[in-house]
Design a protein around this ligand. Structure first.
Ligand code: DGL
Length: 276
């Protein structure tokens, strides 16, 4: 193995999202790949992505990927369903390093675990409107019926930290009523913010519906990808920080949120001007 390839093993993974949602993916990578370093970027100045156009999301994603590349990452995780839906396939051909999104891994597991072939997807307007989950699920299970429901109020409620608030329960009941007569046995949490509402969604949907959090499968997929490229960190990283966080706005708010959900304490989130 060449020296530069060998060094790559110790390089961090770049992870990005429109804000705090991707922390649910970073958290899963921390759990499953504890020896890997992470550089996380949350685009807190431009959140939400879910209501923006494909062109805008592709442009934002390119800017962020360039930033992460400049930090020397060895692979990129698009920890945002909307960016995975709109930008990943556009950007992949331009990339030299491995890149993985959250949609494909989540769709694959849902397609495999459904018993009755009826799958629900909740996500942003962008993700649900793109029908990407339907397309990906049909690659693995062509006969499956996929029902999508956009839940745009979930993102601001999560960002506000109202994870158990009665207002959030009301909103969730209203959105999820869409699936009442649908007989789905599997529901994909197709937005990286939604796993933070998992307990509430579980209560409303009942025990008989499988809830799929694509973050788990994404971390598994990342592990395989790093192994295929021979760039898994073997745990001997020279004294670099394990985790670094960058945001485009509201660094203190981001830091507090991150500390409420991550398994580690973060000392700071650094503010950068991503447009420059
Ligand atoms: N975290 C983003 C996703 O998974 C949604 C938040 C947003 O709308 O920016 O789609």
């Amino acid at each position: 193995m060449s020296e530069s390839f060998e060094n790559q093993k110790y390089a961090p993974i770049g992870v990005f999202d429109s804000g705090v949602g991707g922390l649910t993916v970073a958290r899963e990578i921390m759990r499953q790949l504890p020896q890997e370093r992470i550089i996380y970027f949350g685009d807190t100045a431009r959140v939400p992505y879910g209501s923006k156009s494909r062109e805008t999301i592709v442009r934002y994603s390119r800017q962020i990927i360039h930033f992460l590349e400049s930090k020397g990452v060895k692979a990129i995780v698009v920890a945002c369903n909307t960016a995975s839906a709109f930008a990943l396939e556009n950007i992949r051909p331009e990339m030299k390093m491995p890149i993985i999104g959250v949609v494909k891994p989540g769709a694959k597991v849902a397609a495999e675990i459904t018993q009755n072939g009826r799958i629900g997807v909740i996500g942003t307007e962008g993700t649900v409107g793109s029908h990407i989950y339907t397309e990906m699920i049909h690659r693995h299970n062509p006969g499956a019926t996929v029902l999508g429901k956009a839940c745009p109020l979930f993102v601001p409620l999560v960002e506000e930290g109202w994870l158990k608030d009665p207002v959030t329960v009301q909103v969730a009941k209203r959105y999820l009523a869409y699936f009442q007569e649908s007989d789905i046995d599997t529901l994909i949490l197709g937005c990286t913010h939604y796993p933070l509402l998992r307990a509430m969604i579980r209560e409303i949907m009942g025990e008989s519906v499988n809830l799929v959090n694509p973050a788990y499968e994404t971390a598994q997929g990342l592990k395989r990808l790093l192994e295929q490229h021979g760039i898994s960190n073997d745990g001997k990283a020279p004294g670099e920080p394990m985790y670094q966080f960058y945001v485009s706005d509201a660094a203190e708010k981001f830091k507090n949120f991150a500390n409420s959900i991550l398994p580690c304490e973060i000392e700071e989130a650094q503010l950068i001007h991503i447009e420059e």
